[in-house]
Design a protein around this ligand. Structure first.
Ligand SMILES: C[S@@+](CC[C@H](N)C(=O)[O-])C[C@H]1O[C@@H](n2cnc3c(N)ncnc32)[C@H](O)[C@@H]1O
Length: 246
């Protein structure tokens, strides 16, 4: 891994709380993702991985960075679509990464995907060292977002792209409000029932507080990205953002 001096992960109280919360729900994280997204979440991640790899078809061994990598579903999708690449997966919650590492069943997978505990706002990585950066369902949890976006920009090679998958702003009415009722009432209830934790109320709250896709696009431009666009998925429940470094 092309690294600079390691930075401590989750140092402030806000991020320690976020990391601890993901640590508490790690056992339920994958099955609840499938259940609560009605099986759509893995398809969204594959679209993210495809978008990240689109400009790398002629690259013999692309270096890929998956941030807020959690239990490595995006890292695995990147490897499946681009087995000749190398994935560095980073997250500040060690239990999430450990759960993910248990999915690396073969020596080939263990060689192709490296994991490291790191805060996306202070990456222990050299400038201009990756061809593509992904982040799925992570940016919503990060404050201030601008630091993580600037870090993505810094570690990308010129011509590289950052691809971010995130829920749309939950304030927008979707499917005549049916999705909003699901998000605010049913999802926290099901999360509490299955995981016994209030983390799924946090999920609904962060989705509702998340800005519109246009605001995130402006923030990506402010971080330095030259070409920025986004694609709403599943009626805008989720949005795929693509940002290219000139
Ligand atoms: C909702 S999970 C998404 C995990 C994975 N990307 C996926 O698609 O399932 C959010 C992840 O972001 C991580 N995270 C939140 N803030 C972070 C930060 N500042 N630096 C690194 N990881 C962070 C959490 O630990 C958690 O694993």
């Amino acid at each position: 891994m092309n690294q600079r001096a390691p930075a401590p992960a989750a140092t402030d109280t806000g991020s320690q709380a976020v990391s601890a919360m993901f640590g508490r729900i790690v056992r339920w994280y994958d099955p609840l993702n499938r259940l609560l997204s009605l099986g759509l979440d893995q398809g969204w991640r594959i679209l993210l991985a495809r978008a990240a790899l689109l400009h790398l078809q002629d690259e013999p061994s692309p270096r890929l960075l998956d941030l807020a990598a959690g239990t490595l579903d995006v890292s695995l999708a990147l490897h499946k679509l681009c087995p000749q690449g190398h994935v560095t997966a980073m997250d500040f919650c060690q239990p999430m990464l450990e759960k993910g590492r248990a999915k690396l069943h073969t020596p080939e997978l263990q060689h192709a995907i490296d994991t490291a505990v790191a805060d996306a706002r202070r990456l222990p990585l050299a400038d201009a060292s990756f061809h593509a950066v992904t982040m799925a369902f992570g940016i919503r949890n990060i404050t201030p977002r601008s630091q993580a976006l600037q870090e993505m920009y810094r570690v990308l090679l010129p011509g590289g792209r950052a691809c971010i998958l995130e829920f749309g702003s939950g304030r927008q009415r979707i499917w005549s409000g049916i999705y909003n009722i699901y998000l605010n009432r049913i999802l926290p209830l099901m999360g509490r029932l299955f995981s016994g934790d209030g983390a799924y109320s946090y999920l609904a709250r962060t989705i509702c507080n998340f800005p519109t896709a246009d605001v995130l696009a402006d923030e990506l431009r402010a971080a330095g990205f030259a070409r920025v666009y986004y694609l709403p998925l599943t009626s805008g429940i989720v949005c795929l953002h693509v940002a290219e470094k000139a």
